[in-house]
Design a protein. Structure first.
Length: 219
């Protein structure tokens, strides 16, 4: 089932809820290898996004909502995460274009563009211990699920599973980018907070898609 604007709105609301729920965890992770404000910054940013959702036009496209998320995060979230995630949503909005619904191909395109935006803005690559280490496996898994004939919900579930595994995989690594890179081997044993928050956001995408698909089937 192709996913429309309603799914994007639900995804954004779910992202705000999960960020708020895990705010303390994200603060702790960032305090261990960063400056400790990741959870607070994301919570503030997504709260600002949610406050704007009721004002979107009735005929807004998925891309328009993604662009709203992008501009709001960039203007309200401090540190590196605002520009990075904001760019991800902005590039994702561009990939969504003017489409009113996103099928499996479109979802892979959106996720790929989002990941590429993070890479472009942060100048990071896989293995650097950043949020790229959640986004890249997510993109690869989404594409594989799409190629195997998976539904939109299955594509997003595969992406979320891979993002969670990718975030966990950062724990034994030395960071090569960002503030954590200054710690050298002291960063070993700590999960990257940006990878963790990205995995939470992608899980919210999968959960809301699964819920909409189930509701449509029951209906």
């Amino acid at each position: 089932m192709a996913l429309g604007t309603g799914w994007v709105v639900d995804w954004v609301r779910a992202s705000a809820e999960v960020v708020k729920e895990h705010r303390t965890e994200l603060v702790r992770l960032d305090r261990e290898i960063g400056d400790g404000d990741h959870g607070e910054n994301l919570d503030r940013g997504f709260s600002a996004v949610v406050a704007k959702l009721d004002g979107i036009e009735a005929d807004a496209t998925p891309g328009a909502v993604l662009k709203l998320v992008a501009t709001t995060l960039i203007s309200t979230v401090g540190g590196a995460s605002g520009p990075l995630l904001g760019t991800a949503y902005l590039k994702g909005a561009g990939a969504a274009g003017a489409a009113t619904e996103l099928d499996a191909d479109a979802l892979v395109a959106v996720l790929t563009a989002a990941r590429d935006g993070v890479v472009l803005r942060g100048k990071a690559e896989s293995g650097d211990k950043t949020m790229v280490d959640a986004w890249t496996p997510a993109v690869d898994a989404a594409a594989a699920a799409r190629d195997a004939g998976g539904s939109e919900a299955e594509v997003l579930a595969a992406a979320a599973d891979a993002a969670e595994a990718g975030a966990a995989a950062t724990e034994p690594w030395v960071a090569r980018k960002g503030r954590a890179s200054y710690l050298g081997e002291r960063a070993i044993g700590h999960r990257d907070p940006g990878a963790q928050s990205s995995s939470l956001i992608l899980r919210a995408a999968a959960d809301t898609a699964a819920a909409q698909t189930a509701a449509a089937t029951e209906g």
